[in-house]
Design a protein around this ligand. Sequence first.
Ligand SMILES: [Zn+2]
Length: 428
Amino acid sequence: MTSCKTITRSPVDLWTAQRLQIPIEELSAEKLFAYQMQAARDLIAYLKKNSSFYKEQLKTIDANEIRTMQDFQKLPTTEESDLVGQEWKFQCVHPDRVRRMVTVPTSGTKGMQKRIAFTDHDLRLAMAFAPTGFSVMCEPGDRVLVMMSGGRPGSIGDNVARGLEPMQVAASVYGEIRDLSDAAESVLKEQPDVIVGVPYQMAALERYMDKHRMPFETKSVLLSADDVPEAVCERLRKSWNCNTFRHYGMTELCMFGAVECSGADGYHMRACDHLFEIDRPDENGFGEILVTTLQHEAMPLLRYRTGDIGRMVTTPCACGSPLPRIETVRGRKANAISLPKGDLFLRDIAEVVYRDPAVIDFMCVVEKNRTRIEIETLSEDRADEALISGAVEELFLQRGGENPCLVESKTYDHKDHMTGRKKWVIRQ
Ligand SMILES: [Zn+2]
């Protein structure tokens, strides 16, 4: 939390008001929704005309009849498996107009890949949002270090750096962390005001720098992933005296999706471009996050199943925004174990594991009668295995499950594998 500082209104609200062509004072959830429904009707007409997949799927749908959320939710959903191997059926423009094709591994079947196409227009929309997303943490003159995959056009690092261009900040792309000592030295050398990184890698970097007496402070860290444990944010805030901001995005959205404000009260959505919804929420409001890429040209997706479980919040934000937000992302649906009194997510386990400051990475194997957690620490460090084991067993018990937990520690060796690749194997 950032309670010691003033909470400024999320810049996403100003972006939204400008798109709606109204003063920010007049912004409301109703006005945004009316805009989204108009965009959805236009999109349906566009898809029926240009995508052979949707032409078939939406043949009985009259776009003009989509007026309410109930109407919208009667539309069919799109699965990742619909895309794989038949992306051409989704493509709505001539191949000449595809500016970038991004290939990403699917979250489902191992080894399968999906390809997502973007036109210049789609890329421009994302780049037009980026300064808004970043202005919550960056000011002109700041130095930003991007510690995410970079080096080629369309990579996350490259997109972030390009998105920052209009902001007069100096962005450099370090890339993903493969060697903690090299990453730590770069951070000290660059002295960035803002770091953009992968949560688990940032947690490892923090521990490494702390252990090696490399004092470092920064203004903000932007953490981008499907789930960002609070324990990781806390560790960074305490050690680096910084703010943390979570971002939720994915390739299908042309990367940028939703970002926290300094009130840490939910993710403010890029809602004029994308319509987020929660599919059939349970009694606690949790369900799969679906997204419709309202404004994309090359390969717009209708009610696309992200595979992430989250919850929305509609009460005003701590920053004063009246717009709905994604309150929390619990993680991948595939990364959950079903127990009698509710699901247990990998994020829940990460929350208790990362509370131990010595942990820099972990792997978790859940078998029918036991849970095995392999902790990685630095050579001079030791995690409290008994404490972690007790806390993980408690998570199972709270959900009506009983699973003895065995915790083993090993020393992190960067030559083995890249840190921050938390693994989760369920053998039930
Ligand atoms: Zn806010």
